[in-house]
Design a protein. Sequence first.
Length: 80
Amino acid sequence: LVVAGAFKRGEATQTEGGLLMRALRDFNLPKVVLQDEQIFLGLLRDLFREVYDSMPRRQDEAFEGIVRAVAADANLQPTD
């Protein structure tokens, strides 16, 4: 709820349901094992059917670029 509240303050024009869905997705998806990812996303799609497709993941391109560079330096292959 703290994350959803921060989203709401930053994007006051978005629906609360959409912001809650994005907060749940963006902050829990990295903790879900790959085998359960589709199940988790399916649950979110079912619960937030009206806003699921209209709430893309927020991306910080600069940060993601740094993570990719560090992963490459450590001989790791980053995934999206």
